[in-house]
Ligand binder design. Sequence first.
Ligand code: FES
Ligand code: FES
Length: 163
Amino acid sequence: MPRITVTVDGVKYEEDVEPRLLLVHLLRERLGKTGTPIGCDTSNCGACTVMLDGKSVKSCSVLAVQADGCDVVTIEGLGTNGANGSMHPMQRAFHEEHALQCGYCTPGMVMAAIDLLRDDPEPSEETIRQGLEGNLCRCTGYCNIVRAVRRGAQEMGQAVSTS
Ligand code: FES
Ligand code: FES
């Protein structure tokens, strides 16, 4: 069985994995990262989206062995931890704009939203909708999600410009 080394949310893990093991199963079942949900079995919904070396990927369509030597960030690694831990600006924006109902799509939406800002830090509504087209919200709360991404983008821009 291949042994891989992968850093997840800042912690380095060495794991023996079957070649067919999916990254999402490694995250959830071996590393306890259940904040990353599985929402389909067709690589369609985007609920399982995480960052792999800084780019958003659907972790159900990546093999764990492909993450060997990589840096993975899940929704659980976004905010700052500790007793007074705080949310990432995009997480806070989703909270403040009521951009979730059941919340099942939210981890993937937040990760995809952060990724789309790499290309366009001040995205239009159209750009946001295009950037999130691989992520489905079964509660259909898209209006508030778009508002949240715009707000998150503004706050992230301010965080950068004041740092
Ligand atoms: Fe990965 Fe749906 S669980 S895309
Ligand atoms: Fe329920 Fe999006 S908030 S699936």
